[in-house]
Write a protein that binds this ligand. Structure first.
Ligand code: AHG
Ligand code: MN
Ligand code: MN
Ligand code: MN
Length: 336
């Protein structure tokens, strides 16, 4: 009888970054150090979420943020953890966070070459119910010679150096992708405190009959959006309609969509003419992950999400993203 086989050839996120770095002869190691700080913030946010109901971290903080959301205690704490991780990395010149009205400039990091956007906790309305939430991040490089200004982050997603998210669910899952690269998934092993490469080269299925949208908003949708979703509820070629799945945490809905395929949408509508989700730290990072995994992401005008340039840091957009063929279908409904 065989003894339990232990996999000793594990690839940690740290090892993964080191191996990536050696592929780029010119790399200074700054990006790697920035990513080390990122993964530390994910580990600590995961830790506090796990302990939230034990240490009085449930519920509202009693404040609201610039985009009008009520802040949960964990929104505030995770934001502070994230800011501190970026500041102390020494490699981040400026930071945009959902929970901060203005850009934070880390003047002390005078040699830093990177600008980071983050949603410290995505799906925070789900927190008290123990439903999966996440952290979303996007990393830009400063323009040559810049010491950090708003223009270094008010850029289209196509210029992101790297982006991804961590989902805090039954386990913590980090999805990481660099511009023009593959998408890799890591699972946090809480025993050894490391993210382990468990999902190398993630590819989103070409199509899948699952849609994910807050259908409670359908009275505000325009006819093209209404007709599109209505069509999914009719029997398809195989005689069956699409399945509906909506968690209400974009990170969790996106992670499922990435693995199983289908479509996730938060369209612009009569109530939110510019959409609900924010470009810099929600839409663009997700769009990069989806494109690099073989899928697509567009806004409510069916423009490529990665081409949208925000004017202000908290600007919003409608979004449709998912399997390549599912997004093609949405586009077809917007042509007619
Ligand atoms: P956040 O918790 O970071 O403010 O984001 C909330 C977002 C996103 O997670 C989710 O997809 C969406 O809001 C859910 O909105 P509805 O409750 O309107 O469906
Ligand atoms: Mn919020
Ligand atoms: Mn969010
Ligand atoms: Mn948030």
């Amino acid at each position: 009888n065989e003894t339990e086989k232990v996999n000793t050839k594990i690839i940690t996120f740290t090892r993964f970054l080191t191996e990536e770095q050696t592929k780029h002869k010119e790399a200074s190691g700054d990006f790697t150090l920035l990513c080390h700080a990122l993964q530390f913030s994910f580990k600590s946010i995961a830790y506090y979420i796990r302990r939230a109901s034990l240490v009085n971290l449930m519920g509202l903080a009693g404040s609201s943020n610039t985009t009008g959301d009520e802040q949960k205690k964990l929104d505030v704490i995770s934001n502070e953890l994230f800011i501190e991780a970026m500041r102390s990395s020494g490699k981040c010149a400026l930071l945009v966070s959902e929970e901060e009205e203005n850009i934070i400039f880390f003047k002390e990091n005078s040699q830093a070459r990177y600008a980071v956007a983050c949603d410290p906790i995505d799906g925070s309305s789900n927190l008290d119910a123990g439903v999966s939430v996440g952290t979303i991040f996007g990393i830009h490089k400063l323009a040559e010679g810049s010491t950090g200004k708003a223009e270094d982050i008010l850029k289209p997603g196509s210029e992101l150096v790297a982006a991804g998210f961590t989902m805090y669910g039954a386990s913590s899952q980090m999805v990481f992708s660099q511009r023009g690269g593959t998408v890799n998934g890591f699972t946090l092993d809480t025993g050894i405190g490391e993210f382990i490469l468990t999902h190398p080269n993630m590819r989103i299925p070409r199509s899948r009959a699952i849609y994910s949208v807050n259908e409670g908003n359908s009275c505000y949708w325009d006819d093209r959006v209404k007709n599109y979703f209505e069509s999914l509820k009719q029997p398809q070629e195989n005689g069956k309609p699409y399945s509906a799945r909506y968690i209400g945490s974009m990170v969790a809905d996106a992670y499922r969509t990435l693995l199983y395929g289908g479509i996730f949408a938060y369209p612009a509508d009569k109530k939110s003419p510019k959409g609900k989700l924010r470009i810099l730290y929600e839409c663009a990072p997700m769009a990069m992950v989806f494109e690099n995994a073989g899928g697509q992401a567009v806004d409510s005008n069916m423009k490529r999400m990665l081409d949208i340039v925000p004017e202000n840091i908290h600007d919003k957009a409608g979004i449709f993203m998912g399997s390549y063929d599912e997004v093609e279908k949405v586009k077809a409904f917007h042509k007619s």
